[in-house]
Design a binder for this molecule. Structure first.
Ligand code: C5P
Length: 218
């Protein structure tokens, strides 16, 4: 069994999830969506009425929820205190609140431990914002995905059906601004990462490019 770790970072809506799931399926690897963990933390805080802009209160509660992440690329699952939250974490209130929550250092260090435990001995494709820079700098393959904001917004709006493209673009860019500007583990292209701009490629083409990078190191 392979011990390969493929780290995929990038901007919101650049195609990370579809790419990573496709790569994991093609190579028979596990898959970890770290964004889902930050979303699960955010969902739990919102459920409890915590003001997500109150960093001290967010930090105080960050140790409480039990977050478990599945690693099957065909049906990634995420539970909080035993409840499956795969659906609710994609809702707009969570999407709007997740970046301020993710900027809180106590949240990041808590989830960092969980992420490293899941990665374990490898054989996994991991997506996020700081995987190659902080979570697993020793990853054999590091990819940074980006795409034009307009293309990202159109794809995201098509996925969600009937939502406004301009509003979607504003929301993606706002998250990128907060994620890139935070002091702890900001979104950045790590040293040694291969940059793929997905704007003019199909999903299949991007998957093939990442698979080729992985095959080159094995
Ligand atoms: O990938 P996704 O868009 O679901 O991530 C949601 C949010 O979680 C990001 O906008 C970012 O604020 C946060 N995140 C992070 N670090 C990661 C993965 C996600 O800060 N490794």
């Amino acid at each position: 069994p392979t011990r390969l770790v493929i780290a995929v970072d990038g901007t919101s809506g650049s195609g990370k999830s579809s790419t990573c799931r496709g790569v994991a399926e093609r190579l028979g690897l596990r898959y970890l969506d770290t964004g889902a963990m930050f979303r699960a933390m955010t969902w739990w805080l919102l459920e409890r009425g915590v003001d997500v802009h109150d960093a001290a209160e967010v930090a105080r509660r960050a140790g409480d929820p039990e977050i478990l992440s599945g690693t099957d690329p065909r049906g990634p699952s995420i539970t909080v205190d035993g409840h499956d939250v795969s659906g609710p974490i994609r809702e707009e209130q969570v999407t709007e609140a997740v970046s301020p929550v993710s900027a809180v250092p106590a949240v990041r260090s808590r989830l960092l431990d969980l992420q490293r435990r899941v990665i374990g001995d490898g054989g996994i494709v991991v997506e996020g914002r700081d995987i190659a820079s902080v979570v697993w700098p020793q990853a054999e393959v590091k990819v940074f995905l980006s795409a034009d904001p307009d293309a990202r917004a159109r794809r995201r709006a098509a996925e969600q059906g009937g939502v406004d493209v301009a509003a979607t673009e504003a929301s993606l860019l706002q998250r990128d601004r907060i994620d890139s500007g935070r002091a702890t583990a900001p979104l950045t292209m790590a040293e040694g990462a291969v940059h793929i701009d997905t704007t003019d490629f199909t999903l299949d083409e991007v998957i093939s490019q990442v698979v080729a990078l992985a095959e080159a190191v094995e």
